[in-house]
Design a protein around this ligand. Structure first.
Ligand code: GLC
Length: 426
């Protein structure tokens, strides 16, 4: 073969290869998996890591990429909002606290889920887990797990848990007096969202609430609010709760109780698993129940819960919904209960014999969910909670007395709601 002929054959082959590459490139591009980006608080990014890895191994043409956010609810929301305010959110799905829904929906940051999931999406959930997902008739969020405030008590120190605020105080004093525990009751007293959750259960226990509806009577302006804040202060001033509680979020109170330093702890269901683990001084010595209440009043439990929402700006809503369905599905919830001690939302799982055998507290969690009380479902919730936390913190540390502090919280909340009403009307 002459050199010229060989060259033209090479050129032909090269040309054919180029043409094939150009033709096949869009096909190959189209087959690249779509990436669904999800922002989650750190604990849930960890708890779902194995499920996400499983999902990514399966040949669905969809990949999940999780951004591990901070630990606390306010910090995660700040992170999400700062990206949403820039316009182009880098996420398709957000794992949202129950208190964020109203704000995010009102801001137009979310897509309603009804067109994707149908009108019955919440029907398989236990009633307590349904709250806080549907606002103004539209579904904005589907919960991954339920959460509910609980009173943990030491089964080695007493036969049955206290049921009233007075009983809790008396029992604590006795046990402290006998030198059996340094502290009676541990809770979350830091100025952050956890403090609003602590307060909500207690205020219900005193016959009040945290309604922001003037028609029903602004909850914080009612005597029960001052009674609840006053009781929290009493716990500290009487030495039943350490003064350091003013710096306690969940981990600090949990670790102290785990070391055997108190008779009672207020926490969420996941604490159970940590209290049973290796190195816990109270493993096998802990019971759970709902928060104390004045005689004859119902025992309330603050509703927590984390759920997925679809961002309005998602470029891949269909794939994002596949991810949302998989992660909130029965298999995924079962894993979260089994491996991490989280609380499911699907009613069927509370009756699953294998799960109940492994987690005998499930029926009690279901009962607590039936007693669940929700924080105000308002777009201004974060500010309302800030106001309450600020005043409660002043009461707990002895800087202000309960009555005037709650009056001030009611006044500031009213002002905030009126201003946002004017804004909405303008
Ligand atoms: C838990 C609850 C959440 C609450 C938070 C407060 O994560 O599920 O609803 O806002 O605690 O710290």
């Amino acid at each position: 073969m002459t050199l010229g002929r060989r060259r033209s054959l090479w050129a032909l082959a090269l040309g054919l290869a180029l043409a094939a590459a150009l033709l096949l490139w869009p096909l190959a591009w189209a087959r690249r998996p779509v990436t669904v980006r999800v922002l989650m608080p750190a604990p849930f990014a960890d708890a779902t890591a194995a499920m996400v890895a499983d999902f990514n191994r399966s040949p669905r043409g969809v990949r999940i990429e999780v951004t591990r956010g901070p630990f606390e609810t306010e910090a995660v929301s700040d992170l999400a909002i700062s990206s949403l305010l820039l316009g182009d959110s880098p996420y398709d799905l957000l794992l949202m606290d129950v208190t964020w829904t109203a704000k995010y929906a009102a801001a137009g940051w979310l897509q309603p889920l009804d067109p994707w999931l149908g009108p019955e999406a919440l029907a398989p959930l236990v009633p307590g887990a349904r709250a806080g997902n549907r606002i103004d008739g539209q579904l904005w969020r589907l919960p991954l797990l339920a959460d509910v405030g609980l009173l943990y008590w030491r089964t080695d120190l007493m036969e049955a848990p206290p049921r009233t605020p007075d009983e809790l105080v008396t029992r604590s004093r006795q046990l402290q007096g006998q030198g059996r525990v340094p502290w009676g009751y541990l809770w979350q007293g830091r100025q952050y969202e956890g403090l609003s959750c602590v307060f909500l259960e207690v205020v219900h226990g005193f016959g009040g609430g945290w309604s922001t509806d003037e028609g029903e009577g602004m909850g914080l302006a009612r005597p029960a609010a001052a009674a609840a804040a006053g009781w929290l202060r009493l716990l500290v001033s009487e030495g039943i709760t350490p003064e350091a509680v003013a710096n306690y979020a969940e981990p600090q109170s949990l670790q102290s109780f785990r070391r055997g330093e108190a008779a009672f702890l207020r926490s969420w269901p996941y604490a159970w698993q940590e209290l049973q683990g290796e190195g816990s001084a109270v493993a096998g010595k802990v019971g759970i129940t709902t928060m104390v209440a004045e005689p004859g009043l119902p025992h309330a439990a603050t509703l927590g819960s984390w759920g997925f929402s679809l961002l309005a700006g998602s470029a891949h809503p269909e794939e994002a919904i596949t991810v949302l369905r998989t992660l909130t599905g029965a298999d995924s919830q079962r894993q979260l209960v089994r491996d991490w001690g989280y609380t499911p939302t699907l009613a069927a799982l509370f009756e699953d014999p294998d799960l109940v055998k492994l987690r005998p507290q499930l029926p009690l969690l279901r009962q607590a969910l039936n007693a669940a009380v929700v924080r105000p479902l308002s777009p201004g919730y974060a500010q309302l909670s800030d106001i309450l936390q600020r005043e409660l913190s002043a009461v707990i540390t002895g800087g202000e007395s309960a009555g005037p502090a709650m009056e001030e919280a009611a006044r500031a909340s009213r002002q905030l709601l009126q201003a946002s009403g004017r804004e909405a009307a303008a």
